[in-house]
Ligand binder design. Sequence first.
Ligand code: GUN
Length: 283
Amino acid sequence: MAAQLLDGRLMAAQLEEQLKRRVAHLAQKGLVPGLTVILVGEDPASHTYVSNKEKACARLGIRSATLRMPEHTTQAELEAEIQRANADPSVHGILVQLPLPRHLDADRALSLILPQKDVDGFHDINAGRLCRGLDCTVACTPKGALYMLKQAGIPIAGREAVVVGRSNIVGKPMALLLLQENATVTICHSRTADLAAHTRRADILVAAVGKPRFLTADMVKEGAVVVDVGINRVDGKLCGDVDFEPVAEKASWITPVPGGVGKMTIAMLMDNTVAAAEKVLAK
Ligand code: GUN
């Protein structure tokens, strides 16, 4: 393997040490950060993610509550729980795990979360402020991916960044963050003509498509930095959106799956939750 690893496990562990100190500082002032997670239905991947979030809260001394709601939950029941958490001063962060069952309106639910408690950065106000380059809560996965690039000292300004995927959760905010860092950014998606012609130009290539080993070595420039946001399960094993071994032969840096961006997503959720609690104290 020619590429150096962007080690999410290590970087998340280092960030957790800093977060523990911030949580201890808040505790001295009588404040325990609180995160409420709302999980609707039985999606197995969502249950795994939520359980990892609970474990991270427990490690850091963040109070966490998970509301596990049944698949047949109505929009009104979901919204009532969001309003309850909005009104609870011991809750600093609220996260509605996505995807929601199809009969529920996720956009409507997310827009009800108080922007200052929106630790996912999915509220229209936070997404809009990111777009305008204003102070805001940034979505955890792209925030974590950018953090990894910066920790490794990878230059971003003036470089060609190509983001494959245009979701509100990853692709769009990732592109905005890279733009803020003065990269020249291209967003590709399922309707992009000649995808490989774009990806082969990338100095920094972010794969967020949700298809196992979609990005192959012939689509990557020699020396590129490759960030794999995918978490796919194939034959019971986790793999990313990047065909890891052959791509690692060409790349200069690469994130593994597991142990890459996924670890940082959770660390950034913790960071956003602690920051939301700190803002309450600063008021
Ligand atoms: N589902 C997949 N990723 C995420 C995330 O970052 N936040 C929430 N709420 N749901 C998700």
